[in-house]
Design a protein around this ligand. Structure first.
Ligand SMILES: Cc1ncc(COP(=O)(O)O)c(C=O)c1O
Length: 484
């Protein structure tokens, strides 16, 4: 069967269903919005009219055989994958499905420690055992690097029984590892390659961007369509390739996936896939141009450094995503999170995230030159008004963890709660992280050290949004109970 990327099967089926004016004696109970006028007025009639349930003409996400299946096939073709799954529970569910498809309880997976929490959560759920490759830090910027090929090779030699390698492509900041070399290495040792492409959807649709997972023959990839792909928040694709079984992967997805897949999310995936397949090259040419222009303008302001491909070093920064606008702020004397807060509170500008030394402004085709200029002007003014001596700022971001137990063992172990400051030398049984970026500072099973406590306190002091602990105030930490 020949596919046409002009088609949008889910949207077409919804339109036909609307036209048939079917009387709904099924859920959702808002009945096209008539049962909830305030919601309909807020979200719009079209939105509620398309918020419908699975049925034969509209297919079923858990077992797609018609229009959802067609949408999956179109997505697979657009991304160059063997199969694509539509997901409605974010890229979190894609990352979890990758890990749980590749590894069973007790099996090893090689990964950098600067993974998103969803990857370590997957270890808690599955019982898989992490083998961390220390990604190292770009000292000047305080950002984690990609994985060095030699480090991956060593991890493979030390753990030849590992089932898979998980790679970020790219990191939140835009850094890419040598995906091709790592994929070849992993395959030579019968390991699957799982790629977290939450920040890399656009790599598939523009030739100025780094290599995508499918293009180098990786086995699975989690793609956040709702980030750079333009679909609705929470919608995502999981791609599979090579020998990975479609049927088994779907069974894994269905372990945790809703049985009431949202047609708003699914149709948004379908429409966005069409848009990218037909116009992606052009869209991201524009995004790259805007990012490049803004980078150049920001780099004229003394104190900020908007970095790009000049960081490339052939290994741990094998490539850089030039569509990302990552900016180092430390020379202004301000932590990234401080600039992030000032931009919103005083300049009505919301950017994607700020950490201790960097900010990231997300650029998309929806941006206008006027807005980019406003961002540049605000950054210049912030520097003029708030500039401080940078010497008091923390100068590193990555703490190499001491792993004592697997994430699953520690999370489910008998535990006790204690003030964070008293937990030194104990084994954490929960996460602490700043969100975004959602990379754990400490994860279940890791030894708490003074350095970790200092780092958490410093993040709090600077105004980072800390999460992960049972205690909403992040003042207490759950640690594994010691034997009496
Ligand atoms: C690297 C990475 N992986 C996975 C995710 C999870 O994506 P989602 O929020 O769609 O569940 C994120 C979210 O920001 C992320 O940054």
């Amino acid at each position: 069967m020949t596919l046409s990327q002009h088609r949008v099967p889910i949207m077409e089926a919804l339109q036909q269903y609307q036209a048939a004016r079917v009387v709904p004696f099924d859920v959702p109970g808002h009945k096209r919005g008539r049962g909830n006028p305030e919601l309909a007025a807020f979200l719009g009639e079209a939105c509620l009219g398309n918020d419908v349930n699975s049925m034969k003409p509209l297919d079923n996400l858990c077992h797609p055989v018609s229009v959802i299946r067609e949408a999956e096939e179109l997505a697979a073709e657009a991304f160059g994958a063997k199969h694509a799954f539509l997901l409605v529970n974010g890229t979190t569910s894609a990352v979890q499905a990758m890990v749980m498809t590749a590894c069973k309880a007790g099996e090893k997976i090689i990964m950098p420690r600067n993974v998103h929490r969803s990857a370590i959560n997957a270890l808690i759920l599955s019982g898989a055992v992490p083998v961390y490759v220390n990604p190292g830090v770009q000292q000047e910027l305080g950002i984690p690097l990609g994985m060095a090929v030699e480090d991956v090779k060593q991890a493979i030699l030390d753990h030849p029984d590992a089932k898979a390698i998980l790679i970020n492509n790219p990191t939140y900041y835009g850094i890419c590892s040598n995906l091709q070399a790592i994929t070849e290495l992993a395959h030579a040792h019968d390991m699957l390659v799982l790629v977290d492409e939450a920040h890399g959807t656009h790599f598939y649709f523009n030739d100025q961007l780094p290599a995508s997972a499918m293009s180098v023959g990786a086995d699975m990839a989690s793609v956040s369509m709702h980030k750079s792909g333009g679909s609705l928040t929470q919608s995502s694709f999981l791609l599979i390739n090579n020998e990975v079984s479609e049927g088994y992967t779907r069974q894994i997805i269905n372990l945790t996936q809703t049985t009431s897949g949202s047609y708003l999310l699914m149709s948004s995936l379908d429409i966005s896939r069409k848009n990218l397949a037909l116009h992606g090259q052009d869209i991201f040419n524009k995004v790259i141009k805007m990012a490049q222009y803004t980078r150049e303008e920001i780099n004229k302001i003394d104190g900020y450094y908007a970095y790009s491909k000049e960081l490339i070093n052939g290994d741990t920064i094998y490539d850089f995503d030039v569509s990302k606008l990552s900016i180092h702020t430390r020379q202004t004397g301000l932590a990234g999170i401080e600039v992030y807060d000032i931009l919103r509170d005083e300049y009505d500008i919301q950017i994607e995230f700020g950490d201790l030394a960097n900010i990231l402004a997300y650029i998309s085709v929806g941006d206008r030159t006027l807005d980019l200029e406003r961002l540049v002007a605000a950054l210049a003014e912030i520097k003029r008004r708030y500039k401080k001596d940078p010497s008091s700022l923390f100068d590193h971001e990555y703490i190499n963890p001491e792993i004592v137990q697997t994430p699953q063992q520690a999370f489910y172990a008998p535990k006790e709660t204690m003030p964070l400051g008293n937990s030194i030398n104990r084994i954490a049984s929960e996460f602490v992280m700043c969100y975004p970026p959602g990379i754990p500072i400490v994860a279940p099973g890791e030894r708490v050290t003074q350095e970790i406590i200092d780092y958490i306190e410093y993040c709090k002091d600077k105004g980072c949004f800390l999460t992960g602990t049972e205690d909403q105030q992040v003042e207490n930490l759950n640690v594994v109970k010691e034997a009496d």
